[in-house]
Design a protein around this ligand. Structure first.
Ligand code: ATP
Ligand code: MG
Length: 498
């Protein structure tokens, strides 16, 4: 595998029509841990591919008059002090094209799924973000199919929404559910796995395949055993793959799973390149590392084809600390965050979204009118419920108003619980919110929601098939529709026979 990275790059470089015929050769002065210092190699550009004697490739990252600092793509024993090096004049590129959905590739474009890949076009891995004039405001919702998110933290196409939380709190699951829900919605997806175990990613691919989502999803993978240089490049390569589709006017959803590991890979490279360490030993340009990546997601203007790239970056926190370095950086770059809490996750509230700390800064403008009409007070209801709940823990008997608030609050929490890989349609979500508004499930024991909700949704779909079709197509509900839905909701008997 190691050798083939270089063999692959060599083949790719040989495809260029013009190759320099005279090389200025440099010499490796120092080589350790995949990082080399090369002397006597002038006129190299940032990010240029360097070819080492023996057919190994590296990328130039530190340029000075006397020397060039570079990282190797393979852990190559053949590169040692004295090895000859020359520049190739090329920067790293990734194959893009309409044949990528359904495929698994690494950041340099090698197929990882055992099938041959015929590249249609190449894009450089690093590309500039669209300019202000090329963008337009976010105005179309990107439905995740997760009720807690679509109702309270709505995401719009072209938005960047961070998913943040401790390990094993369901971060990846939320991103995958969002991908699964794009079926038949004309949105292409790119899932970028950085520094993850191969077994985890195999699980992700299996989940997507089972849900029929691999057909419209490309996976870009640089694993835990790949070199830091490959892990560093992975999200940029994924962004290039997405940009190809966006330039054609398509809507794209990209998931970066996760940027904490990306930052760690970059820190490793930077420390080995002897760049001065800053806070938490990250290098000085760590903010720029993620801002230039996330700025590439945008809602493009009509003149630029009108496509969009929605980004769902994932960041892992330690003990819920969202004020650590990487989390605060990425929070400030994105248009909002979905904060997942392990306390909630372990108490069975899944998805474990902490609505108090989660926001979406632009998504409300893009929310479906039908959803907007019923989701206005949910956040306040939940926060009042959490507050009242804390007081009643001391054993005092609540007054009738508080008792009602508690009952409604716990009903809402139960309604927002949702299984993984089971996204709701807009109609389902609106029906559940109406049921909450009409206090349909207030008397239902907590244990029965799991069986009751599918039964209720089934009933609603059969009771109002016309509204179902029209709402899922247009995202709107007229007053008459709402009245019909309300009548249907009130005619339902929770726990009873249909
Ligand atoms: P890591 O930090 O390891 O990347 P993560 O935060 O991405 O973890 P996931 O892998 O998405 O978390 O989920 C952790 C576990 O919780 C998985 O086994 C998953 O099946 C389960 N899980 C996540 N969401 C739900 C849910 N809504 N309902 C039931 N189980 C869930
Ligand atoms: Mg994960």
């Amino acid at each position: 595998m190691n050798e083939s990275i270089s063999a692959f790059l060599k083949k790719r470089l040989d495809e260029y029509a013009f190759r320099p015929v005279t090389y200025k050769k440099g010499t490796v002065a120092r080589s350790a841990d995949g990082v080399v210092t090369v002397t006597c190699l002038p006129e190299r550009r940032y990010g240029e591919l360097l070819e080492f004697e023996g057919g190994v490739f590296g990328m130039a990252l530190d340029l000075s008059e006397e020397s060039v600092g570079a990282v190797l793509f393979d852990t190559a024993e053949s590169v040692r002090a004295g090895t000859a090096v020359h520049g190739t004049g090329a920067v790293l590129e990734v194959p893009v094209g309409d044949n990528l959905p359904g495929r698994v590739i690494d950041p340099i474009g090698r197929p990882l799924d055992g099938k041959p890949l015929t590249p249609q076009e190449y894009y450089p891995v690093e590309r500039p973000a669209p300019a202000i004039i090329d963008r337009r405001p976010v105005d179309t919702p990107l439905e995740t199919g997760i009720l807690a998110i679509d109702s309270m933290i709505p995401i719009g196409r072209g938005q960047r929404e961070l998913i943040i939380g401790d390990r094993q709190t369901g971060k990846t699951t939320i991103a995958l559910d969002a991908i699964i829900n794009q079926k038949d919605k004309n949105v292409l997806c790119v899932y970028c796995a950085i520094g993850q175990k191969a077994s985890t990613v195999a699980g992700v691919i299996e989940t997507l395949t089972k849900a029929g989502a691999m057909k419209y999803t490309a996976v870009v993978y640089a694993g835990a055993s790949d070199s830091p240089a490959m892990q560093y490049l992975a999200p940029y390569a994924a962004a290039s793959v997405a940009e190809y589709f966006a330039a054609k006017g398509r809507d794209v959803l990209v998931v970066y799973d996760d940027l904490s590991k990306h930052a760690v890979a970059y820190r490793m490279m930077s420390l080995l390149l002897l760049r001065p360490p800053g806070r938490e030993a990250y290098p000085g340009d760590i903010f720029y590392l993620h801002s230039r990546l996330l700025e590439r997601s945008a809602c493009l203007s009509k003149e630029k084809g009108g496509g969009s790239i929605t980004a769902l970056p994932i960041v892992e926190t330690m003990a819920g600390n969202i004020s650590a370095y990487i989390p605060t950086n990425v929070i400030s770059i994105t248009d909002g965050q979905i904060f997942l809490e392990s306390g909630l996750f372990l108490s069975g509230v899944r998805p474990a979204v902490n609505t108090g700390l989660s926001v979406s800064r632009v998504g409300r403008a893009a929310q479906h009118p039908a959803m907007k009409a019923f989701s206005g007070t949910l956040r306040i209801d939940l926060s009042q419920y959490r507050e009242a709940e804390i007081f009643t823990r001391f054993g005092s008997d609540p007054d009738p108003a508080t008792a009602r608030l508690l009952k409604r609050g716990s009903t809402l929490v139960n309604l927002l619980k949702q299984n993984k890989s089971a996204p709701y349609s807009l109609f389902d979500e609106v029906s559940l919110l109406l049921a909450y508004r009409e206090n349909l499930f207030t008397e239902l024991p907590a244990g029965q929601f799991k069986t009751e909700i599918p039964r209720f949704l089934d009933y609603m779909r059969r009771a109002c098939p016309d509204i179902l079709r029209q709402m899922n197509r247009t995202g709107k509900a007229t007053d008459e529709d709402t009245n019909d839905l309300t009548t249907a909701v009130n005619a339902y008997e929770p726990g009873g026979a249909l």
